[in-house]
Design a protein around this ligand. Structure first.
Ligand SMILES: [Zn+2]
Length: 305
């Protein structure tokens, strides 16, 4: 597969094109993009489009990017590669799902957008959610899902018409929202399929985190997969623009194995590989720590009408 067409993007908040200052120029040859690059959490992870920051609202975006059709094909063929970290990720996401209790959550029906192999849907069921649904573009990931969960996983990109209106109490997005090229359209559809007072739990990278500020262009979040990169302010602004009330926005404490933390760290590749090998071959790699590495989460609510 080759990509020759790059298309300009607009600010998802202001809807302006241009009107932005360049943060970093693109650092790759277009012909190098393959489905492997689009698979989650792979080495080496050093490709990114040109990054710009909106002059009006400060939202950071990739500009220009590959077309939506190309992205759909790439995500469809992407390979599920993060199964060894599933337990720590499940624990982290589960901790944030528990926080919804403080916002009067109802547990009849939950949807996860970008559910991978459905590991979080298992967690949601164990927390008492009656009916869980997932939507996931990667066929490979869905094949890994437990059979009973797979029955309620739709293989598709999220778009109008997949689910009926007023269906869900909760919609979750974990490390998905940064990848969406029309986040406003996605939020409109989330609003439509949520019941009144339904909640969105959305967790993704924070472009204003200490790690993003420290590592700058070397930060793992500066990545070809991310169309937009949000700060607490710009994420909240976008949700509010699409009818939601922000109930909470705060940094995330991720639980990581040390070996995975080494994978995320922007080290030269040979040093990174030998560090990861050392950690994997000793019990050190399995030590789990909780760190506010560079993610944020929002709990947003559809008003009761
Ligand atoms: Zn803007």
């Amino acid at each position: 597969m080759e990509i020759s067409d790059l298309i300009p993007t607009r600010c998802a908040i202001c809807q302006t094109d241009g009107n932005a200052k360049e943060l970093y120029p693109a650092n790759f040859e277009i012909s190098l993009i393959t489905p492997q690059i689009f698979s989650a959490r792979r080495l080496p992870d050093r490709f990114h489009y040109r990054l710009v920051k909106c002059n009006t609202c400060g939202l950071v975006r990739s500009d220009p990017i590959a077309s939506q059709d190309t992205l759909t094909q790439l995500y469809n063929k992407s390979v599920f590669t993060y199964s060894d970290q599933v337990q720590s990720i499940k624990k982290t996401y589960g901790n944030y799902l528990k926080k919804l209790t403080g916002f009067g959550v109802k547990k009849n029906s939950l949807l996860e957008i970008g559910c991978g192999n459905g590991f979080f849907l298992e967690e949601a069921q164990s927390q008492g959610y009656q009916v869980t649904w997932g939507i996931e573009p990667s066929e490979d990931a869905i094949l890994e899902a437990r059979a009973d969960l797979r029955a309620n996983i739709v293989c598709d990109m999220m778009r109008p018409g997949v689910f009926e209106s007023n269906k869900f109490d909760v919609i979750c997005l974990f490390q998905v929202f940064d990848h969406i090229s029309d986040p406003g359209g996605l939020l409109d559809e989330c609003f439509n399929i949520l019941k009144p007072s339904g909640l969105v739990l959305c967790l993704n990278h924070n472009i204003e985190s200490w790690s993003a500020n420290l590592f700058k262009e070397s930060s793992p979040i500066i990545d070809i997969e991310h169309t937009f990169l949000y700060s607490p302010r710009t994420l909240s602004l976008l949700f509010q623009k699409h009818g939601f009330t922000t109930r909470r926005i705060a940094p995330v404490h991720n639980i990581y194995d040390l070996s995975y933390l080494a994978h995320l760290f922007p080290l030269p590749i040979p040093i990174k590989k030998s560090t990861i090998n050392f950690l994997n071959n000793t019990s050190f790699g399995k030590i789990q720590i909780s760190v506010p590495l560079g993610n944020l989460y929002i709990v947003a609510q559809k008003p009761d009408m």
